[in-house]
Structure formats: structure tokens, C-alpha cells
Design a protein around this ligand. Structure first.
Ligand code: HMG
Ligand code: MG
Length: 296
């Protein structure tokens, strides 16, 4: 039997860097993404075309997207909140556009300055225009497992938002544990409900590892048939509009798990470590992933 194919979506250049207080030089971001492109990853979220006032760390989105080398077989994606962001994204080249909103009202308001109801038409128009321009569109739902402002989030809200995104033509919905509160039992309970409504192929999981539950949560999701996971090399990351959000699940640690279980990702671990070392040096600190703790 062929080993099961798992897709790792590397979000380090976007989610990993968006909250960094020290600006990473554009040329270093470009060099890092070029290394990631040659590690066997098939998907890299390279930046975000949000308002630079809100996310200054990624103010150079256009320069980054214009500057990277494109490796055949790699999908280069970017986060886009609205028509203005799409216009900037289309001025350079991206293969896929990721639209996003939250399952909880307060996080949505803090993150994108609008109610959920007012966000739908904006995303709808962004998705329509992106599809018309020949791009594929991905959707993110944040605060699926808990909200930093409202606490528990009902699965019904997650279903409602997921359905709306799929109706807009997104190819996949990534379910975000924005502040890393999910635990394996909750992941099982939520997925059990969602998988009655949506096929596993249309769902991805996006874990933050704030409480060290990320890898256990991946295992449960794998068992339930999910094959796509978002992660950030070195465990970088966090959402500036989610107090307490810490790093994403680390790609290097995730790869160790998947390789060990005989699953096929196509990613070469040594090349990932080289890429992580490169950026660690530029940023002047060791990354939090387990893998990077045991590096010279
Ligand atoms: P706003 O201020 O409400 O925007 O921001 P607006 O539509 O009222 O426009 C105000 C001005 O901003 C206008 O300029 C627009 O042109 C300009 P003016 O006419 O006044 O000169 N503008 C823009 N400029 C550049 N790029 C744009 C853009 N849009 C408007 N795209 C907005 C609304 C959504 C733009 C803002 O709230 C924003 O940028 N938010 C981004 C927040 C963010 O990036 N959060 C982190 C990512 S989400 C996340 O991390 C979660 C995730 O990882 C999953 C998980 O973990 O759960 C995905
Ligand atoms: Mg995130």
C-alpha cells in the first residue's frame, strides 16, 4: 500500500512573521522562501496583502512576491482581506489567495475591523474577482476552538462560516485554532460534527501550539481522515489581534511525526533545518520548535 500522502502548507513567511516586532529584511524573507521552495514543500503562504499599518511586519508583501523564485510544483499563496488587497496581490504573481474571517464576532471585529455579517460581501467579492483572475481561493476560519475575547465558540457558528466560504467557491477551508486552546478530545468532537457536513478533502487544520497540544491534535485529525495541515517552520508565529496566541505548530516537528508514521509529504527534513538555521541567524535567536533545540 502506498504511504498516505499528507500535504503540509507552510505558513511561516506569513503567519510566522506577521507578529515579529523586528522587521525581517525583504531580501532575507526572499532568500528564506527560496530555500523553503527547494525543501520539497508543495505549498507556501509567502505573505499577506493586508493593511501595512495593521501588520507592519509584512508591509513589503509586493516586493516579496515579486522577488522570489518560482519552483514548478510549488503553490505560492498569500492572505488577502479585501478588494484592495487583491489588487496588490494581482499586481505581482500569486497562485492562490486566502480569504479569512473568524467564527467569533469579537475576534473578527478586532482582526478585520468589521462584523462577520459585513465581512461576507467583502470576501464574496474578493473570491469572485480572484477566481475570475484565474486564481484558486482558500478560506480560513479563525477561533474555531475558542476565542480570546468570547471563550467557547459554538460548532454551529463554525458550520455557518464554513458553508459561506465554500459557497463563495473556496477549494478548502482551514480551521484555525488561533490561540492554541484545542485539545484532542475537542478536535475529535468538532471534527465528528463537521465531517457529517463537509468532506475531509475540503478541510485543513491550522493549529497553534500555545499549550503544547498541537501534535496530539494532528494525530486525532489524521485518524479522522484529514490530510492537510498548516504549520510554520521553527514554530514561529502568532496573531497580533489574538492576545496569548503563540507560535504555529512547527513544520520541522510535524515532519518528524509524519515521517515516523510512514506518511508521505515529499519534504526533505535536512533542507528544512538548513532553512530554519538561515532565518535563525538573520533574526538572532533560536526558534522554539523541538527540532531546533537539538541543532548545534
Ligand atoms: P480598515 O481600516 O477597516 O479598511 O481595515 P478600510 O476598508 O476601511 O480602508 C481604510 C484604508 O485602508 C483605505 O485607504 C484603504 O485603501 C486602505 P484610504 O482610502 O483611507 O487611503 N486599505 C488597504 N491598504 C492596503 N492593503 C489592503 C487594504 N485594505 C484597505 N488590503 C483591513 C480593514 C481588513 C484592511 C484591516 O483590518 C487589516 O488589514 N487587517 C488585517 C489583520 C491581520 O492581518 N490579522 C492577522 C491575519 S489572520 C490570522 O493570523 C489567523 C489565521 O492565521 C488563522 C488562525 O490562526 O486562526 C489566518
Ligand atoms: Mg494562524
Amino acid at each position: 500500500m502506498d504511504p498516505r500522502r499528507i500535504i503540509i502548507k507552510e505558513v511561516g513567511p506569513r503567519d510566522g512573521l506577521q507578529n515579529e516586532p523586528d522587521f525581517v529584511a525583504t531580501e532575507d524573507k526572499i532568500a528564506w522562501i527560496n530555500q523553503l521552495s527547494r525543501s520539497g514543500l508543495s505549498y507556501i503562504e509567502i505573505t499577506s496583502f493586508v493593511h501595512p499599518k495593521w501588520i507592519p511586519a509584512l508591509a513589503d508583501a509586493v516586493e516579496v512576491a515579486a522577488g522570489i523564485e518560482r519552483v514548478p510544483g510549488v503553490t505560492y499563496a498569500a492572505l488577502v482581506p479585501n478588494a484592495k488587497g487583491l489588487e496588490r496581490a494581482l499586481s505581482v504573481h500569486v497562485d492562490e489567495v486566502s480569504i479569512f474571517l473568524s467564527a467569533s464576532e469579537t475576534h473578527n471585529q478586532k482582526n478585520i475591523n468589521k462584523s462577520i455579517a459585513d465581512t461576507y460581501p467583502i470576501l464574496q467579492e474578493t473570491a469572485r474577482a480572484a477566481l475570475a483572475a484565474g486564481k484558486s481561493v482558500r478560506g480560513y476560519v479563525s477561533t474555531v476552538f475558542g476565542c480570546p475575547y468570547e471563550g467557547a465558540v459554538s460548532v454551529d457558528e463554525v458550520i455557518r462560516v464554513t458553508e459561506r466560504l465554500l459557497d463563495m467557491g473556496v477549494s478548502e477551508v482551514s480551521l484555525g485554532d488561533t490561540i492554541g486552546v484545542a485539545h484532542p478530545r475537542q478536535v475529535r468532537d468538532v471534527l465528528e460534527i463537521l465531517l457529517k457536513r463537509f468532506p475531509a478533502e475540503r478541510l485543513a487544520l491550522h493549529f497553534h501550539d500555545t499549550r503544547g497540544m498541537g501534535m496530539a491534535n494532528v494525530l486525532v485529525a489524521l485518524e479522522m481522515g484529514i490530510s492537510t495541515f498548516d504549520s510554520a517552520l521553527g514554530g514561529l508565529g502568532g496573531c497580533p489581534y489574538a492576545p496569548g496566541a503563540s507560535g504555529n505548530l512547527a513544520t520541522d516537528d510535524l515532519l518528524y511525526l509524519l515521517d515516523g508514521m510512514g506518511m508521505d509529504t515529499g519534504v526533505e527534513p535536512d533542507k528544512l533545518v538548513t532553512a530554519a538555521r538561515f532565518l535563525q541567524e538573520k533574526m538572532g535567536r533560536r526558534f522554539p520548535s523541538h527540532r531546533m533545540q537539538i541543532c548545534e
